[in-house]
Design a binder for this molecule. Sequence first.
Ligand code: MF3
Ligand code: CO
Length: 258
Amino acid sequence: MGSPILLKRADEIEKIHNAGRIVRAALDAMRDSIVPGVSTTADLERVAAATITAAGGTSAFLGYAPPGHPPYPAWTCISVNEEIIHGIPGRRKLEAGDVVSCDVGVRKDGYFADSAWTYPVGGISREIEKLLRVAEEALYQGIEQARAGNRVGDIGHAIERHVRRHGFSVVREMVGHGVGRQLHEPPQIPNHGSPGRGPLLQEGATLAIEPMVMMGGHRIECLADQWTIVTGDGRASAHYEHTVAVTANSARILTQGD
Ligand code: MF3
Ligand code: CO
């Protein structure tokens, strides 16, 4: 991913936005389907797939096979509690007090958008409530840095500073990414970094910014399914992601549903 950032024309950004609206609709449908003690992650997968299909999109994740991985077997990633990202939907039941991270990527008319959100299941502890709040705030702190003239390191720096200030830690091994003509494009966007370092951001860059936040230590593990990433200490984690377009003065969020 040392290659240059692909800059998109306005008409391409509109297509990414169209994909992004479908991503948001699918996430909203998943959120609305969470019924504590009843829903499974497979139930959420089903409503997401139905929403995406009805809108004329397809999953950007199904069949995706980066080197060294088996093809991803589902439309969405659904990660519960200690699962950080890339949880495979299945029979796991959602219980009150859990948190569930839903990650959706859609391809529509040849363009891609990607977003993730962590939802509480029923009532959650105050500590986990704080984890979700801080992780979501960190996403917006990162997005604020995604403007022309800044560098990729400015995004990661803002994210990690906010997370650490509140006593949590970012996942260092997994990164955000360019997105648009492909699900994953250059540059990689770590959730930590040094201000003024890394690739230059220019108008027309489209980026998936995605902090993954843990309560405890930095250690992570991958399960035997070769996809699911979990916290080493078994404590809960949170994941928030938006696809944004870099403009002269700010970032435009393309997965907000407007
Ligand atoms: N949002 C995640 C990412 O950008 C989801 C990828 S899941 C995969 O890496 F199945 F497509 F790999
Ligand atoms: Co992503």
